[in-house]
Design a protein around this ligand. Structure first.
Ligand SMILES: Cc1cc2nc3c(=O)[nH]c(=O)nc-3n(C[C@H](O)[C@H](O)[C@H](O)COP(=O)(O)OP(=O)(O)OC[C@H]3O[C@@H](n4cnc5c(N)ncnc54)[C@H](O)[C@@H]3O)c2cc1C
Length: 378
């Protein structure tokens, strides 16, 4: 069992308090857009500055501490879309800038990301290249002190509300991982257009859209990490996205588990609490085991990463098992609640829909299986 310091516990308590006062829920249910008021409360809590360098307004928390606070967000915030948008901004742009950004890029963007003044996104997927992301076709061609970007991107979380998007584009036409470069693109840049928000089955308050780049001129000093290094940046971002986004899912699973445990104690059928029937109690045991396994894998992987170890396999396993545990827990919760579980009033339908998304973004379950099997030499 992991032990947390007094400071870490205080940070987590603070996030739990913020979440208790967040006005969310109805927003997500109605699918009526991004919950700006709740976002303002979260930015005021300082969560957007947590893992970043104090020189740029960050709180300087290490990765496990950041995850511990994000887990509290998942447990306390009943709007999965909002939490997802928070994690997307933190990882897509903030984490990338912190590690690979120049001083000038950090001055321009990281300080404002830390203050919660900017919303970030990243654009990797395209209509014809999803899992096979490295075959992307969006091009970036050097023209003097600019690059000219052309192409389109699909499924961009935060796309309709982002101020800055990290666009991955091909700087070498012949293909291969070394032909990809990451660009920081202000969404006000001429030639950059976000499509209409896309309706989706879950995470409804986290807006998503396509992005179109039509002779979009981006200054060359907005290249992050160097030309042709986009592949390395993607690896870094995906590792952090999986650890930070999926620990939020663990918080959500913890909350769901506690609700189900309570319901199994108070709901009586045939004169006894339903939790006294093995069919129900075993579901709760499975929920607990999956939740604890996911939590341990995520924190252990984070600690190994911080210690400088190779975590490629661990990240894939953590992602695969947390997302699948999340779906299994969402289905079990609906079954434990019976007819009530199927009614939108209880919110378990939304939680299941959110959970299904987690088996697709950050690399699908099938792709994680492929990664693990190839690392096993198969
Ligand atoms: C909620 C959500 C948020 C997202 N946010 C973003 C974002 O912010 N930015 C962004 O760029 N993208 C984002 N995406 C896109 C996401 O990364 C892609 O949907 C994902 O990588 C899968 O690509 P695809 O949809 O094109 O499916 P495809 O790659 O077409 O796959 C279709 C099916 O085939 C399977 N498959 C494909 N190749 C193989 C293989 N080699 N072996 C076995 N099975 C295979 C897949 O697992 C899947 O089941 C988001 C997606 C969702 C659902």
């Amino acid at each position: 069992m992991r032990t947390w310091t007094k400071d870490q516990l205080a940070l987590r308590d603070g996030m739990e308090r913020v979440c208790r006062d967040l006005a969310v829920g109805e927003h997500d249910a109605a699918g009526s857009g991004f919950p700006w008021d709740a976002w303002k409360s979260l930015r005021a809590s300082g969560i957007m500055s947590l893992p970043f360098d104090p020189a740029w307004g960050g709180a300087g928390a290490d990765l496990p501490t950041t995850m511990y606070v994000l887990e509290a967000l998942g447990k306390g915030c009943r709007d999965g879309g909002l939490s997802f948008s928070v994690a997307t901004t933190l990882c897509s742009t903030g984490v990338l800038l912190q590690h690979f950004g120049t001083e000038a890029q950090k001055d321009r963007y990281l300080t404002r990301l830390c203050a919660g003044e900017l919303i970030g996104a990243h654009a990797i997927s395209e209509p014809d290249t999803g899992s096979d992301a490295l075959s992307m076709r969006t091009t970036a061609v050097r023209d003097g002190d600019h690059f000219v970007l052309n192409g389109s991107k699909s499924f961009v979380s935060n796309g309709p509300i982002a101020d800055v998007v990290v666009v991955y584009a091909r700087t070498r036409p012949e293909g291969g991982p070394l032909g990809i470069t990451a660009f920081l693109v202000d969404t006000q840049t001429p030639g950059f257009t976000a499509g209409q928000p896309i309706k989706k089955m879950g995470l409804t308050s986290s807006p998503m859209s396509e992005l179109f780049l039509d002779d979009c001129r981006v200054p060359a000093d907005r290249v992050i990490g160097g030309v042709g290094r986009g592949y390395l940046l993607l690896e870094h971002v995906m590792t952090h996205e999986i650890l930070c986004s999926f620990i939020i899912n663990v918080g959500e699973m913890q909350h769901r588990f506690e609700r189900c445990l309570e319901y199994a104690r108070i709901r009586t059928q045939f004169g006894k609490p339903i939790g006294s029937y093995q069919a129900i109690s075993h579901k709760l045991v499975d929920m607990r085991i999956r939740l604890e396994t996911a939590r341990r894998w995520l924190y252990d992987t984070a600690e190994r990463l911080v210690a400088g170890q190779n975590v490629t396999m661990d990240v894939a396993i953590s992602k695969l098992l947390t997302s699948e545990a999340n779906v299994a827990s969402g289905l079990a919760a609906i079954q434990i609640f019976g007819g009530n579980g199927y009614m939108s009033e209880y919110g378990l339908d939304r939680e299941l829909a959110d959970a299904v998304g987690s088996t697709i973004y950050s690399g699908t379950t099938e792709i994680q299986y492929n990664r693990i099997s190839s690392l096993l030499g198969l």
